[in-house]
Ligand binder design. Structure first.
Ligand code: GAR
Length: 216
């Protein structure tokens, strides 16, 4: 079994989607080892407790980034985590963290990167006048919303969209994309060429068709 460590700060809908997809057998060989929140009252943390998962709060207040990250890394190691998934974790992570889990930290972002990194990505897309947005799951590197892209799903921006409506529609796709990316990475069947994530032994067209039939 590959053990996932989920880091979150809030609602936790991406965490719940991952947990549901594991339960439904859509991410074979994966289990959630621990859920860690930097916010004590994060609803996602309560959802983890209700599911009987190991759930920890590691508050950042009063700690330097390096100290906080060291505590998070220690907790992930204690639970023998293989892959770290940032799921609405609203903190930058330090090089020390990335060195502890090289190419083993994923993040989801609600835009088609490299467009609209940072906060309020959906509002940025609307204000820019983008007609298509979406979500991106990527490896985390030392720069904000920047690492190698594993998968993206696009969402049209509709004329009557406000930030909330667009965010809701993107979120539906996030819930599919994150589990898909975790499954792909856990398969180990990929290589990274420069910035490109390439699934091994499967042509790009075949890959797209396989994913389409699996995830809809
Ligand atoms: C999601 O939309 C996620 O993409 C975004 O926060 C939300 C968390 O929702 N993350 C970022 O903006 C990171 N830059 P959730 O707590 O319901 O999963």
């Amino acid at each position: 079994m590959k053990r996932l460590g989920i880091l979150l700060s809030g609602r936790g809908s991406n965490f719940i989607a991952i947990a549901d997809n594991i339960a439904a057998g859509k991410i074979p060989g994966a289990e959630i080892a621990v859920v860690i929140s930097n916010k004590p009252y994060a609803p996602g943390l309560q959802a983890a407790e209700q599911r009987g998962l190991n759930a920890h709060v590691i508050q950042s207040k009063g700690l330097s980034r390096a100290e906080h990250d060291a505590a998070v890394v220690a907790c992930l190691r204690e639970h023998k985590v293989d892959l770290v998934c940032l799921a609405g974790y609203m903190r930058l992570i330090s090089p020390v963290f990335l060195e502890a889990f090289p190419n083993k930290v994923l993040n989801i972002h609600p835009s088609l990167l490299p467009a609209f990194p940072g906060l309020d990505a959906q509002r940025q897309a609307l204000e820019y006048g983008a007609q298509v947005s979406g979500c991106t799951v990527h490896f985390v590197d030392e720069n904000l919303d920047h690492g190698v892209i594993i998968t993206q799903r696009s969402v049209p921006v509709l004329p009557d969209d406000d930030e909330h409506a667009l965010a809701e529609r993107i979120l539906e796709q996030e819930h599919i994309a994150y589990s898909e990316a975790i499954r792909l990475v856990l398969s180990g069947d990929y290589e990274i060429c420069g910035r490109r994530y390439l699934q091994k032994g499967i042509s790009p067209r075949r890959h797209r068709d396989t994913e389409k039939s699996r995830w809809g």
